[in-house]
Design a protein around this ligand. Structure first.
Ligand code: BES
Ligand code: ZN
Ligand code: ZN
Length: 469
């Protein structure tokens, strides 16, 4: 358990973190006994000095000013590596920080408390720690915001890291219901019966092979009563992607529990917006299913229907994400007509081969949305890189027997083809954006030996949404 609070002044007898940029160390001298410390402020480096009462004083390097976009990582590393030595309380010298820096520092302190070993029979008992930010009253709001965002990032990381035998589509629905009750927004979960009645045929097709039936989760945070929906968010919620009958190789297959990374961002962002009481109308839709292998699984060659009425020839059952998203996109457009629409999905291996782990693939016809998202991506260090939606790729979706097919059959331009498929379910909506987060949602971290959830997307989308207000 970690308690966060704001204080107006540092208690010099207690443990503290003194952040410092390279070449900007003058403020350090008043806290430590040595005149000039052997410390140059390299990003994410730290050095500990003992104070007068045996208290610990950590100098934390923030590197160059340009490194401030990833400031939370420096705080996370310091906390992660030293918190076992703290005497319950830790203070942060944040009086020189801007509101953005305070927000990032609070996020860093929060995400350092994330415990991944939830399923160990003897989980590490986390100590009660008080984190005190010494900052001016006017930055309290930024501090509170960082605290909330960090807390939700931890909650969605826990979701993405959860194993698929625990994390069924129903489990995601229940998570959303609980979040809605706690954070004051409305959540509706459509179960199999409603999905059949309402025609979510593509979601149902993907989920057919699983004993855990699919769900569609609808989160409504609509504080502006009677006004239009400002932004619609759609997330891919495949709780495990075996590939279906077009089965994936078994190496790294265990990581396909993270194929609901897009859904996690959508669930998290609606939660954050509600907790921060943002004055903006948001609807989040998550289409969740397990892509499993069974006698009743959908097959390559099948022709299925979809919520939009378009028929789809299945070429590859491993291209399942675009199918569930197609229904969720058609649904949100029909029911809510959001002014802007953004979907997030761990959609293709192709985007990982293109952009690695450095950025999400961004697809949109709106230059304005693209520019805004690119800028914010740089600012929060959750980067996006635009890829094209050229008409040239349209023919790849041609099917002789159905309205379109779910895969071109060619080993090229996979991320673009997937985006083009989604485009045909957005009624050429000018203000639609697709973010392929397959490379950034889950990966190596300094804090785990195996790959784990990154929390990518919560800061990006929260800041994007705030920029629209
Ligand atoms: N969930 C995968 C994409 C993925 C790959 C996510 C690696 C994270 C890491 C998706 O459903 C998939 O299997 N896509 C296929 C599509 C292909 C069969 C058309 C791909 O990209 O290989
Ligand atoms: Zn797949
Ligand atoms: Zn998938």
């Amino acid at each position: 358990m970690t308690v966060f609070k704001q204080i107006s002044k540092l208690n010099t007898e207690k443990d503290m973190i003194i952040p410092c940029y390279k070449g900007d160390m003058d403020h350090v001298q008043q806290y430590i006994l040595v005149g000039k410390p052997d410390f140059d402020g390299t990003f994410s480096s730290f050095q500990m000095f003992y104070g007068k009462t045996g208290n610990r004083i950590y100098l934390l390097g923030l590197g160059e000013r340009k490194d401030a976009v990833k400031l939370e990582q420096a705080f996370q590393k310091l906390c992660f590596e030293t918190k076992k030595y703290w005497k319950k309380d830790i203070q942060i010298n944040a009086d020189k920080f801007s509101s953005e820096e305070i927000k990032k520092a609070a996020i860093g302190m929060q995400i350092a408390t994330y415990e991944i070993g939830q399923f160990k029979s003897d989980p590490i008992a986390s100590e009660m720690i008080t984190v005190a930010f010494a900052c001016s009253e006017e930055n309290i709001e930024a501090f509170e915001e960082g605290k909330q965002i960090g807390e939700t990032i931890n909650r969605i990381k826990a979701l993405v890291d959860a194993p698929a035998n625990h994390k069924t589509p129903e489990f995601l629905g229940q998570w959303a219901m609980n979040s809605a009750a706690e954070s004051n927004y409305k959540c509706t979960v459509l179960h199999q019966k409603e999905l059949i009645e309402q025609g979510f045929d593509a979601v149902l097709a993907v989920g057919k092979g699983s004993v855990h039936p699919p769900v569609v989760i609808i989160n409504e945070y609509l504080p502006k009563k009677g006004k239009a929906v400002d932004i619609g968010l759609v997330g891919k919620g495949i709780t495990f992607d075996s590939g279906g009958l077009s089965i994936k190789p078994s190496q790294n297959l265990h990581y396909m529990k993270s194929d609901m990374g897009g859904a996690a961002v959508v669930l998290g962002v609606v939660e954050v917006a509600a907790r921060l009481k943002l004055n903006i109308n948001i609807v989040g839709v998550v289409a969740s299913a397990e892509n499993a292998v069974d006698a009743s699984s959908y097959r390559p060659g099948d022709v299925i229907n979809s919520y939009s009425g378009k028929t789809i020839e299945i070429i590859d059952t491993d291209a399942e994400g675009r199918l569930v998203l197609a229904d969720a996109l058609s649904f949100i457009i029909k029911k809510y007509q959001p002014k802007q629409l953004i979907d997030l999905a761990t959609l293709t291996g192709s985007v990982v081969r293109t952009l690695g782990f450095a950025a999400a693939g961004m697809f949109t016809h709106s230059n304005e949305m693209a520019e805004r998202m690119s800028n914010i991506g740089e600012e929060v260090h959750e980067r996006v890189w635009r890829l094209p939606l050229y008409d040239d790729f349209e023919s790849d979706l041609h099917s002789d027997i159905a309205d379109l097919r779910n895969f071109s059959g060619k080993p090229i331009a996979g991320a673009i083809n997937a985006a083009k498929f989604l485009e045909s379910f957005t009624e050429s909506s000018k203000n639609w954006m697709h973010l392929d987060i397959a490379g950034v949602a889950f990966g190596d971290s300094n804090y785990t030996k195996m790959k784990s959830a990154s929390g990518y997307g919560v800061q990006l989308l929260t800041k994007y949404i705030k920029s629209l207000i």
